[in-house]
Design a protein around this ligand. Structure first.
Ligand SMILES: CC(C)(COP(=O)(O)OP(=O)(O)OC[C@H]1O[C@@H](n2cnc3c(N)ncnc32)[C@H](O)[C@@H]1OP(=O)(O)O)[C@@H](O)C(=O)NCCC(=O)NCCS
Length: 171
């Protein structure tokens, strides 16, 4: 079992582990077609429950995953965190982020993802952190650029979507 801590709070946001009690918020987030525009389809409530369960398994096995992000007042913002993903058959560490549509455009994803970069540096002194991005997902690409990531390769594992791989060196 890994070191089960989450990123430090930021000026406006704090992190915690996703819990089963987050199902209403997560189902609303992942069921929103505006948030899931670059996924095959919005997630059903059952799929949102599976998402929470998968991340809880990641916390137990790796110590990290996608965490819940909320304001200091406790308002649910979305999720952001670190997961292992595959790029062209290789395992890579990815930072991921999803922000409620009503709260987008305020810099929340960038602020949360920066805290995750610091958390990745704390955990992995060397190596690479990536963001795997649908080519038309300009907002996500912009967040990755603001983190200091550059386009390093294309992932061709998907049958028809060539995804851009943005990355930065941790150490
Ligand atoms: C990607 C996402 C998390 C960004 O959240 P956010 O809190 O709005 O992000 P930020 O406010 O930190 O930054 C967004 C940047 O993208 C830009 N942007 C947003 N929509 C854009 C668009 N359609 N075209 C161009 N730029 C756009 C913003 O202007 C901002 O850049 P700036 O600071 O240079 O102005 C949010 O759009 C989202 O949840 N998308 C759906 C889920 C997703 O695709 N996640 C990524 C895949 S894992």
């Amino acid at each position: 079992m890994g070191d089960r801590r989450w990123p430090a709070a930021t000026a406006r946001l704090r992190f915690r582990e996703l819990e089963e009690a987050d199902l209403d918020d997560m189902a609303a987030l992942l069921g929103d077609p505006r948030v899931m525009a670059f996924y095959p389809a919005p997630k059903t409530r059952d799929e949102a429950a599976g998402w929470i369960a998968r991340n809880r398994a990641r916390y137990a096995e790796e110590g990290f995953g996608l965490w819940a992000v909320e304001t200091h007042e406790g308002d649910f913002v979305g999720d952001c965190g670190l997961t292992w993903q595959q790029v062209n058959g290789r395992r890579v560490l990815e930072v991921g982020y999803h922000v409620r549509a009503e709260l987008q455009g305020r810099g929340y994803a960038t602020e949360a993802a920066r805290a995750c970069v610091e958390e990745a540096r704390r955990r992995f002194a060397t190596g690479v952190l990536t963001a795997i991005i649908h080519p038309e997902n300009i907002a996500s690409r912009r967040v990755a650029e603001k983190l200091g990531m550059a386009h390093t390769e294309d992932d061709r594992a998907h049958p028809w979507i060539v995804r851009a791989v943005m990355s930065l060196r941790l150490g």
